[in-house]
Ligand binder design. Structure first.
Ligand code: G
Ligand code: G
Ligand code: MN
Ligand code: NA
Length: 254
């Protein structure tokens, strides 16, 4: 049996899980958001990384259903944290190219927000430049519709795509996430440090919020904070974990 065959029905068999990884405000140290990251708990193969099965699901279209389930699960979880009395944070969900092209994407998201009772401003969607660049006019239109709902938009893996600064200003996004490949050796590789600093400066001049991914050490954290990075995410703070593990890290409102 191939992985593709087994992916069929994995949702119905309850084999998909959503893990969460916090984003931290580098100045206050508070959690500002959680990124939802899907996992496939296969009955015999064990935990399968999305890096393995998302491309398959993307190719055969299963990603649309899986992605919608991740969105619904993540929005419901964020609402549950609010109802439990935790200080409101954003929930950040990755969109795939196939999902982004769905004609009913905006309606589906709106419906999930209504269904779960989550405010649009407590949801963030992560998109990548590479798939926005396909049909730029259409991408801009869809992003605008999502922004009009009040949803936050982040450009994920920034710096790795075919970054066209010309188009960047046309995409109505709120934040850039510096790809972890730059953060990884920011302390040892002057080129990575230069790219990181340039992305931070670019974000500032476009008045976008800037998040560093893949923060693993105190030195990286101190450096990024000093350079003016707003938020950080990475193993230094927490790896992606199930909701019940992350809840004790959240702050109570009162
Ligand atoms: O969590 P991990 O590092 O294994 O994720 C690997 C890749 O899978 C990352 O690029 C991440 O963005 C992507 N990914 C994780 N969860 C989702 C999801 O729910 N939808 C989509 N489209 N991609 C995801
Ligand atoms: O492409 P995207 O940024 O969505 O990828 C998120 C993935 O990055 C998650 O699957 C997560 O497992 C991984 N990740 C998160 N923090 C770190 C980190 O500090 N170091 C490394 N190597 N990977 C990380
Ligand atoms: Mn992401
Ligand atoms: Na990334």
């Amino acid at each position: 049996l191939t992985l593709e065959n087994e992916l069929h029905g994995a949702l119905e068999r309850n084999e998909m899980l959503v893990y969460y990884q916090p984003l931290i405000d580098l100045h206050s140290g508070h959690i500002t958001a959680m990124e939802a990251l899907v996992r496939w708990q296969h009955p015999t193969l064990g935990m399968i990384s999305p890096a393995k099965f998302i491309p398959i699901a993307e190719a055969n279209g299963a990603i649309v259903q899986i992605g919608e389930w991740v969105l619904r699960t993540a929005c419901a979880q964020n609402r549950a944290w609010q109802l439990a009395g935790f200080t409101p944070i954003r929930i950040s969900v990755n969109l795939s190219a196939r999902q982004f092209e769905q004609p009913y994407l905006v309606e589906v998201i709106n419906q999930i927000l209504e269904e779960t009772g989550l405010q649009a401003s407590d949801l963030e969607l992560e998109v990548t430049e590479s798939f926005l660049m396909g049909d730029i006019e259409r991408s801009v239109k869809t992003l605008k519709q999502l922004r009009e709902l009040g949803i936050w938009l982040a450009l994920d893996d920034f710096g790795t795509g075919y970054s066209s600064l010309n188009y960047l200003k046309r995409f109505p996004v709120n934040m850039l996430k510096i790809d972890r490949s730059f953060v990884q050796d920011v302390m040892s590789n002057p080129d990575s440090a230069a790219v990181t600093n340039a992305i931070i400066a670019l974000a500032k001049s476009l008045r976008l919020s800037i998040t560093a991914e893949g923060v693993e050490t105190q030195e990286q954290l101190d450096y990024l904070r000093m350079q003016g990075c707003d938020e950080g995410q990475g193993f230094y703070f927490s790896c992606p974990v199930p909701a019940d593990i992350i809840a004790p890290m959240l702050q109570k409102t009162s």
